[in-house]
Design a protein around this ligand. Structure first.
Ligand code: IPM
Ligand code: MG
Length: 369
């Protein structure tokens, strides 16, 4: 690739709560990577969620969509506040911070959400599972469909015979299922070649279509072993024997729930990066965790999921694999020595640090390589 092509436009959504702090640390690491590996970056700031409501009265503006589309990739912190105290939650649902996130996913066509769960050797003591289970190793990715299903189906609340009745429709078309199934099989081909489709085909019509379409796509990937699992069983198996999973493919809502469970299995939700991909190479990268308004501004947040999301961005959108691997290595090195409070255990031999020191340390590791 010529030098000229290694110029990237990266959208930056700092967002709400701990978002600005963790994004600052992730950019510190990205800057170190650009310096070390010789590519150039242009950062394009944009608003989403609560901070957009404060400025423009809506959680997502046309301008943010336009700017995001002009970028090679977007890095995001987190959006949203405390629903019990934040004025954002006095607004109608379609004007709240979360609506901005759902809106940008749809507007940018980010249909495939990859959430990675890796138990690093150094974090085995932070894993809540029994030692013999943790020792089998945990390394899987959940591919969550992100622009369909219950989140985007028809919604209504009506009054029938004097009683309120609310409806959310769970609908999928075969093409929506097929495009993420292809992404999931391609992902499996680069990993341990095992794919588990998680659904509720014993009850839901939409799940039966998922099984049918995934079964068809599977024929193009004879090297990949395909497994089918009901979502209730999957929730249990994630704790009973997580080592059995490599690629988990599932619809939007199941993926939302299972990915939170999966993150805790590897020690902390503060370690789980995510990539939300469109057709082609464009993607939006964010930690799976939320905006943690209770610790915002206290320097307690763990920036590693955002830093690991930067590694995903370099790998999937910018094609800078070497820099991605260097960041992952630097993260592993850092957790063997220092930890933020979410990962710190008594007597684990590491030093307690804040968000800023963690970011500086990881950036320092990149520069030192
Ligand atoms: C996530 C979040 C969002 C979701 C919320 C904030 C709308 O929980 O990214 O997992 O449900 O998709
Ligand atoms: Mg969620």
């Amino acid at each position: 690739m010529s030098e000229k092509e290694r110029n990237y436009r990266v959208g930056v959504i700092r967002g709400d709560g701990i978002g600005p702090e963790i994004v600052s640390e992730a950019l510190r690491v990205l800057d170190a990577a650009s310096e070390r590996f010789g590519f150039r970056l242009e950062y394009v700031p944009m608003d989403l969620g609560g901070c957009s409501i404060d400025k423009y009265g809506v959680p997502l503006t046309e301008e943010t969509i336009r700017l995001a589309k002009s970028c090679d990739a977007v890095l995001m912190g987190s959006i949203g506040g405390d629903p019990r105290t934040s004025p954002w939650y006095q607004l109608e649902p379609s004007k709240r911070p979360e609506a901005g996130l759902l809106g940008i996913r749809k507007a940018l066509g980010l249909f495939a959400n990859l959430r990675f769960s890796v138990l690093y050797d150094d974090l085995k003591d932070a894993c809540p599972l029994r030692k013999d289970i943790a020792d089998e190793g945990i390394d899987f990715v959940i591919l969550r469909e992100l622009t369909g299903g219950l989140y985007f189906g028809e919604k209504k609340t009506e009054t029938i015979n004097g009683e309120e009745r609310a409806t959310d429709v769970l609908a999928y078309s075969a093409s929506e299922i097929r495009r993420i199934a292809v992404k999931a099989y391609d992902t499996a081909m680069l990993r341990r070649r095992k794919l588990t489709l998680v659904d509720k085909a014993n009850v839901l019509e939409s799940s039966r279509l998922w099984r049918k379409v995934v079964g068809e796509v599977a024929k193009d990937y004879p090297q990949v072993e395909t497994d089918y699992m009901y979502v209730d069983n999957a929730a249990m198996q994630l704790i009973r024997r997580p080592s059995q999973f490599d690629v988990v493919l599932t619809e939007n809502m199941f993926g939302d729930i299972l990915s939170d469970e999966a993150s805790m299995v590897t020690g902390s939700i503060g370690m789980q990066p995510s990539a939300s991909l469109a057709e082609g190479t464009f993607g939006l990268y964010e930690p799976s965790h939320g905006s943690a308004p209770d610790i915002a501004g206290t320097d307690k947040a763990n920036p590693l999921a955002t830093i690991l999301s930067v590694a995903c961005m370099l790998r999937y959108s910018l094609g800078e694999e070497e820099a991605a691997a260097a960041i992952e290595k630097a993260v592993i090195e850092s957790i063997s020595r220092i930890r933020t409070q979410d990962l710190k255990a008594e007597g684990d031999g590491t030093r307690l640090v804040g968000c800023t020191e963690m970011g500086s340390y990881v950036a320092g590791q990149i520069s030192a390589v």
